[in-house]
Design a protein around this ligand. Sequence first.
Ligand code: ZN
Length: 114
Amino acid sequence: MNDAERRATTEALFRDVNERIAESAERFDAAETEFVCECSDPNCTHRVAASLAEYEQVRDEATTFLVLPGHEQRDIEKVVEDRGSFRIVDKVHGIVRRTVIRLDPRNRAAPSES
Ligand SMILES: [Zn+2]
């Protein structure tokens, strides 16, 4: 696994955690909830306050992620939205994009043969 794949895998793991947080927030009808920062630092334990609706907006694309301001990694992603308490980043690095699409828990991408 190269560095880009490793970073993408870390982000995908944080995304999986947030998917479970979103599920329980939905179940308990929580308006505002705390997600984990989805940056590529495996040791990052920061929380991000966002509403379920905001989170759903991020999950709308397989390549967009939720990170704390300053946690974006400009070599693999670009900030597409700044909401103050968090930023939405879109993966621009080819390997990273492919990896996060492959690991998308909502699995919207057509299964590839590669
Ligand atoms: Zn972070």
